[in-house]
Design a protein around this ligand. Structure first.
Ligand SMILES: O=C(O)c1ccccc1N[C@@H]1O[C@H](COP(=O)(O)O)[C@@H](O)[C@H]1O
Length: 241
């Protein structure tokens, strides 16, 4: 079942909007240079408000062991989203240490970047394909920047694959139809300004993503038939003289 994740929540009302809209996963950002940064205390309070209605992801960028320990101890998250330059070995070590699923973010700008994903196959529990940040960016993600989705279309790639980067209520349907991901993740596209989420845009995003996922999953059986070698139909027995 594909999922919708709303990332960078930092207030009770926007968290409620994500939960009421039916997002399956929400994310808290632990990167100090982000306008969505939350303290441990705030995230823990918001986490209590979630009350099991969605999975909780914590987003870190090249965090050290001490920081990760503190985050995991305070929040008991469901998923670790690693959005830095963590190597496959580091991802494996973090996963083993915390016993939690890891979603590894990787930047995509060209077909060659898909090869980098291969190194994480069997190491990360999911790959999150994001746009590469602009050269002068202060953060590696959350820049509202999309990449060419056709790079991922119809190609062999690790699964589950989560799509992010510059998604918004208007383009998420097309993105899902092109990439056919296992989930989508958004931050900037449901905001009025960096760090300020808009509940109406959250509702619109989740609805648009759901509609597109329903559409592609309805289409699946037909696609499967088209490539299938069918057994010859049994001959119709002749009747009558
Ligand atoms: O949201 C942030 O501030 C952030 C900071 C550092 C790394 C990643 C961050 N966000 C993640 O980036 C992608 C794309 O976000 P956007 O929708 O383009 O704004 C998404 O996975 C966010 O979770």
């Amino acid at each position: 079942m594909p999922f919708v994740k709303i990332c960078g929540l930092s207030t009770p009302d926007t968290l409620d909007a994500a939960l009421d809209a039916g997002a399956e996963m929400i994310g808290f950002v632990f990167f100090a240079k982000s306008p969505r940064y939350v303290t441990l205390e705030r995230a823990a309070a918001l986490g209590r408000r979630v009350g099991g209605r969605a999975r909780q992801a914590v987003l870190t960028v090249d965090a050290g062991d001490t920081e990760l320990e503190a985050i995991v101890a305070a929040l008991r998250p469901d998923v670790l989203q690693l959005h830095g330059r963590e190597s496959p070995e580091r991802v494996a070590a973090i996963r083993a240490r915390h016993g939690l699923p890891v979603m590894k973010a990787l930047g995509v700008a060209a077909a060659a970047d898909l090869a980098a994903m291969e190194a994480y196959r069997g190491v990360a529990d999911a790959i999150l394909a994001d746009a590469k940040p602009p050269k002068d960016a202060v953060r590696p993600g959350g820049n509202g920047r999309a990449f060419d989705w056709t790079l991922l279309a119809g190609r062999e790639r690790p699964r589950p694959l989560v799509l992010s980067g510059g998604l918004d209520p208007d383009n998420v349907g097309e993105a899902i139809r092109i990439v056919r991901p296992d989930g989508v993740d958004v931050s900037s596209g449901v905001e009025d300004q960096p760090g300020v989420k808009n509940p109406d845009r959250i509702f619109a995003f989740v609805a648009a993503a759901r509609a597109a996922f329903a559409q592609i999953h309805e289409a699946l059986p037909l696609e499967a038939w088209s490539g299938e070698r069918r057994a010859p139909r049994p001959a119709v027995p002749a009747t009558g003289p």
